[in-house]
Each structure stands twice: as C-alpha cells, then as structure tokens.
Design a protein around this ligand. Structure first.
Ligand SMILES: [Zn+2]
Length: 320
C-alpha cells in the first residue's frame, strides 16, 4: 500500500515536473501530444498515474518474452534481460515493459514520464535513451517523435509508442536480410526499408515529409562516401536527403550520421565547435606540426613490410 501511494505521488510529481519545472517547450509539446494532458485532466481516475507494480512488470515482461519467442527472435530482435544477477532491473527492459503496458492497447509515452518511472529504480537517471536504442539497435517496433517516423500517428518530439510485438522496426537488420550478390539487390534493399528514405522516412512515390510538394524519389545513398557505392555501403535516401548530405557525412544503415566524411564541414561550423575540434586534435597530436606527424608516419610505414598502397580515398567533393 505504501509503495503504491509512493508511486502515485511520483506519478503526480511527473506531471508537475513536466508542466511546471520542465522547459516551456517540452511541456507544451507534451501537452499537445495529449497524453499527459489527458492524465492531468482525469484526476478522478488516479490509477492512471500509478506506475506498474513489480508484479505487473513481471507479467508484462513475460507477455513480451512470449511474443518475442513466437515472432521476433527469428528476425534478430534482441530481448533484454529483466533483472541483473544482483536483482536490479535492467533499464532497457523496464522501458520495454512501460511501453508495452496493457498491450495491445498501448499508450504513447513521453520521455519525461519514462524518466520519472526509471527514477524509482535508478534515482539519478537523466537522459533516457533506452527507447531509441530499443528500436534502432535491438529492433523493437517503437516509433519516436524525434525522427519523422511518427508522423502518421501524430507522435510528438520526445514521445514514444510501441507499434506491435510481431514485427521488427522497419529497416532493422535490413542490410543483413538482403542478398548482397543478388542482381536485384537495390529493389530488395528498398523493400527492406519499406520503400522509405533511411534518413527522413519519406515513402517512394508519396509526398516528401518535409517538402509536401515534392514526390519522393529514392536514390542510392552512400553510407561511407570514401568507399565505393555498392552492396553493404548503400542506403535508400530521398533526393532531398541525398543531395545536401552527399559526401559530407558517414551514415549507418539506419540513416544516422555517425562521422564526418569531409573535414570541410568543420570549417562551416561555429567558432565554438571549431575550437573544440582544435582542442581535441591539439591534445591528440600533442600540438605537433602536421608535417612532422606525416613524416613520422611515413617513416614508420617504410619500416613495416610490405609497404602499404597509399591510395587516396576518392575525392569527397567540394563544399560551396
Ligand atoms: Zn529523406
């Protein structure tokens, strides 16, 4: 009883936190999403504010595990353990449980609500990234409002929703599911991404999410522009995402930028970012002259047999 009361108070605190203490922007977006607004408006039904009990957590996790065995394991979706050896909950499992609560009748969950739930178990939790990782890295079909993939369901920035427990996240492991040597590799790859741009989610033949007057055409986008464009180094990108990105960035197979491919990008960045890059590289190379470093590297390469073929990566294009 005491624990339930505590949960209820924490839940109430979560609403207050989002509305009062949270940033104006977060609060208004959350309210626009309707979720916390609905909770705050239905004070009569206080049970909506309570977080799941240990019993409900276990029950929901068992349900998820059941679906996982039946539908998702074969797709490579990874099920996190519920508890560590010492009995502590695993945060990603808790996130999954919270999103799957009441499945299949699930709710859209805000990041602040999720954070408050986590804080019952790990008090100093700050930036809850588990929902995003569960989708992109573990393959659970969770849509977020931070990418454009939540548009059709009106998921706002900072909100998450579990779509179902029978399909993997679109594009998950798509590179692995496609036969790299197949002559219709490109068609297979597009199909594996649901005919959507890996970066913005716009669908081939339909209006672009960000430019509604433009019909989406998918192009072969480099993952790493310093490597040849071909199987294993390809993602489908709409023209709008492919054009400005061309050769500047390295993408992973989910269309996320993971590295800079053209150092000229740094020169377009703010003085503050440029200084931070300089600071890091100054430390990395001990403030030495670049020519001195190159000479030392060349000397070391000569010592090592056989000599490396020093081919330059293909031109990464020029910045305007
Ligand atoms: Zn796009």
């Amino acid at each position: 009883m005491k624990t339930r009361m505590k949960s209820w108070l924490l839940g109430l605190a979560a609403v207050w936190f989002a509305v009062a203490a949270g940033s104006q922007e977060t609060a208004s977006r959350t309210l626009a999403g309707g979720d916390l607004a609905a909770i705050a408006g239905t004070t009569a039904d206080a049970s909506q504010l309570s977080f799941p009990t240990d019993e409900e957590i276990q029950r929901t996790y068992d349900l998820i595990a059941d679906y996982h065995t039946k539908h998702l394991e074969e797709l490579g979706v990874k099920l996190p353990r519920l508890r560590r050896a010492n009995g502590d909950y695993v945060l990603s499992a808790l996130t999954l449980v919270y999103l799957a609560r009441g499945y299949p009748d699930v709710k859209t969950v805000s990041k602040s609500e999720l954070t408050q739930f986590m804080r019952q178990y790990v008090p100093d939790v700050n930036d809850v990234q588990q929902a995003r990782h569960l989708a992109a890295q573990s393959g659970w079909y969770i849509l977020s409002g931070t990418r454009k993939d939540g548009r059709e369901l009106n998921i706002q920035p900072g909100e998450y929703r579990l779509i179902n427990l029978e399909e993997a996240y679109p594009g998950f492991n798509s590179q692995r599911r496609v036969d790299l040597s197949s002559p219709d590799y490109w068609e297979q790859l597009k199909a594996a991404y649901g005919y959507r741009c890996a970066c913005c989610g716009s669908k081939e033949g339909e209006p672009n999410f960000n430019w509604p007057d433009t019909i989406t055409v998918l192009q072969k986008g480099h993952m790493d522009p310093s490597k040849p464009l071909g199987p294993g180094n390809l993602i489908p990108q709409c023209v709008k995402c492919n054009q400005p990105a061309r050769d500047f960035w390295v993408f992973d197979d989910k269309g996320r930028v993971v590295a800079v491919a053209n150092p000229a990008v740094v020169e377009r960045s703010s003085d503050d970012v440029q200084f931070q890059v300089y600071e890091r590289l100054y430390r990395k190379y001990g403030g030495r002259d670049p020519e001195e470093i190159e000479e030392a590297a060349a000397a070391a390469a000569e010592d090592a047999d056989p000599p490396e073929d020093a081919t330059e990566p293909e031109s990464a294009g020029t910045l305007p």
